[in-house]
Design a binder for this molecule. Sequence first.
Ligand SMILES: [Zn+2]
Length: 352
Amino acid sequence: MVNVRAAIGVDLGGTNIKYGIISEEGKLLKKISKPTGKNRGELQILKDIAEEIKKIQTEFIKNNGYIIGAGVGIPGPVLKNGYVENCVNLNFREINPQKVLEEMLYKMHIAVGNDANVAALGEMWQGSGRGFDSILIVTLGTGVGGGVVQERQIVYGSRGLAGELGHVVVKPDEKEFCNCGKRGCLDQIASATGIVRMTKRILDFTSAPSILREEQWLDAEKIVHAAKEGDVIAYLSLDYCMSFLGKCLAEAGCIIDPQVFIIGGGVSQAGSILKDMIQRHYEKNLSLTKQKTPIVIAELGNDAGIYGAAKMIMIQEKERMEKQNDDRSEPSIIWRNSGACSRGGRASGRLK
Ligand SMILES: [Zn+2]
């Protein structure tokens, strides 16, 4: 590990905090997972993260490595300056984790972003988004997350909400409320919990046979497995849930028009059966163009977050360095043809 330059990628989830040391070339050098303990309060969680980062950095420096900084993915809207107004999953309220961590880590450079946005960046760097400049990722986990990368940059939006596909209303006649307070969000239907919810409804609605009726409790994995085994109810239920996602991607294409849609999160491990369903419903809902945006399954799985978080701080550091170099190389006095001169760059004087 001699003279390796690397960044720390942190994926802060409701259950676990994952840390990864990733070299500038994109090699995952080490991975650690610790429980979040989310009921202990935001400052305690951030203190744990700071301590772990410090530990990783110390060990890395001992081996003559260099840590560029750390990136952190958070499951909620994050502004570009790192401010989090409300992260329901972690009970973070009106806090800037970036500033707090920088203070705790003696000004080490930290970048904070929404977890799905960060995962999008990770997939673009080392996963199925390689070679693309603009992507939309949808993560199907406990909830539905979404992230947008345009021209190889994360799109934050002015309130940190860009790419929040999970809370786009796709089923206005839904009776149950979503965590966000609305009814009929994509999150309620296409997430792992949504798939279970819809399958239970279908099982109650019909008396058709299904191996799922023998299960004590249902989860998305069992439903996907049954669908692959040819269980009609499981297949129809999954297809029904994915029909909302396919339609939603067609609508999102009208706004973002990415080069590729990437399906990530735990449910995406279902693979081609899921992809084919989404693709079919997406194509059915295309109207303005016959050109189909490819839909692919994420390659990095649960590591997309740590890859993306590390890449996020690498990009920010590169931009910071370039800006510094620009400031230094810019001449302090710019001579014009007329012979007059004006102030430029970092010069503080003014000549006339
Ligand atoms: Zn919602």
